[in-house]
Ligand binder design. Structure first.
Ligand SMILES: C[S@@+](CC[C@H](N)C(=O)[O-])C[C@H]1O[C@@H](n2cnc3c(N)ncnc32)[C@H](O)[C@@H]1O
Length: 378
């Protein structure tokens, strides 16, 4: 049936969003008694810095402005557009009364689409590892009317799904969604250190309370390990050169900031080949950030663990849909579903990966690299 995948974004990181009916769902501008706020001062006609985009941070209040941002093919600051919603809904085929899990709640974009289909009588459990965004999303969904009877949110890694289900008194569920990687909110927030467009601490953690940060990891990693990560997580052609140089220079120049890492990688590549195309150099910078993010969050390790225990968390006839944005993720999902089909754990899976349609890719470039795979439990 279908498939999805996510690709490197301009700041060099993988990302998601979708063709959903986000703009339709935005409440119209309110006329409540909120006191007038003086707009932040910024240079130029439109705010450029994340923190100055005050209208985008308040979609309920500035729906018209937010709709314009979306129409321009951008994701409003502090939000996230769900990707491939119709394809995911078709794969999950939710029925009233069923129990579903959104393993990667994020902004709650997909959750908002799943919830109505589970009523009456059903419920959704939403997981996310991010302690900063999860409370905001929970509050947003509660304000939209999704009470504790139908929506439970849990801060947890999806690698620990059996424990989460056990705590809810559930042996298995009817449907499961995982939309892997990072959200637009995480990518765009300079304080999270996911982007080298702004100068911030080099963090790159989905859960910033769990060490190590990217800076700490980089301070300890060996050149051989770093080269392996750059090759295996991002296919970086200059992996060894970059790894050897970063590790040998960190004694006198430890890397602790995003722009510092970006500049260090650029310098290494220009020293090696002074006439190198700056765009290709920045492609390497993006790959270095992506590879380190995957390593710091052990993204492949937790996905492997999730895929191993997934069949035990699904009821017979249960459906799972997984959106990936990296070839290493898609390869793992494809292999697990195909092996499960061969061994009889799964009754069906898609032969061809499903991708976002032309319209969605045009409207939301972040959907371009998305790949969707689904499976049905025997
Ligand atoms: C692409 S976003 C999901 C967006 C969401 N589908 C939506 O429409 O708003 C991915 C989310 O998954 C979370 N995440 C990534 N890896 C995770 C893991 N192993 N366990 C739980 N949450 C994870 C990230 O913190 C992020 O919020």
């Amino acid at each position: 049936m279908f498939l999805v995948a996510r690709s490197a974004t301009k700041d060099g990181l993988t990302d998601t969003s979708s063709s959903s009916s986000n703009s339709e769902n935005l409440p119209s501008e309110t006329s409540d008694a909120t006191p007038h706020q003086r707009r932040p001062r910024y240079a130029g006609k439109n705010p450029r810095r994340f923190e100055d985009k005050y209208k985008e941070h308040q979609p309920e209040r500035y729906a018209g402005d937010v709709a314009k941002v979306i129409a321009a093919g951008k994701t409003p600051a502090g939000s996230h557009r769900p990707i491939m919603v119709p394809e995911i809904l078709e794969a999950l085929a939710l029925q009233p009364g069923e129990v579903a899990v959104d393993c990667t709640l994020g902004y709650g974009g997909h959750a908002r689409e799943l919830l109505p289909l589970l009523l009456p009588g059903g419920r959704l459990i939403g997981l996310d590892v991010d302690p900063i965004e999860l409370p905001k999303t929970t509050e947003r969904l509660r304000s939209a009317g999704w009470g504790e009877d139908v929506l439970t949110t849990v801060r947890a890694n999806f690698a620990g799904l059996p424990k989460v289900l056990g705590a809810q008194g559930l042996a298995g569920v009817d449907a499961m969604l995982a939309d892997l990687g990072v959200s637009s909110m995480q990518l765009d927030d300079p304080a999270r250190g996911f982007t080298f467009k702004t100068d911030s601490p080099l963090d790159l953690r989905l859960n910033p309370s769990r060490p190590p940060s990217a800076a700490e990891w980089l301070a300890r990693v060996t050149a051989a390990e770093l080269a392996k990560v750059l090759t295996e997580h991002a296919d970086e052609p200059f992996a060894e050169l970059i790894a050897n140089d970063l590790v040998s220079s960190r004694v006198h120049a430890p890397v602790s900031r995003t722009v510092q890492l970006a500049e260090a990688v650029r310098q290494i590549l220009y020293r090696h080949s002074p006439k190198r195309d700056p765009e290709l150099v920045d492609d390497s910078v993006r790959r270095v950030f992506q590879a380190i993010r995957i390593a710091v969050n052990d993204e492949f390790g937790v996905l492997d663990q999730f895929l191993r225990m997934l069949p035990d968390c699904l009821k017979s006839g249960g459906r799972v849909a997984i959106l990936t944005f990296h070839s290493g993720e898609d390869r793992r999902v494809k292999q697990a579903f195909r092996e499960g089909l061969r061994s009889g754990i799964y009754a069906a899976t898609n032969d061809e990966v499903v991708r976002a349609g032309f319209e969605e890719r045009r409207a939301n470039p972040r959907s371009t690299s998305a790949k969707l795979r689904w499976a049905v439990r025997t």
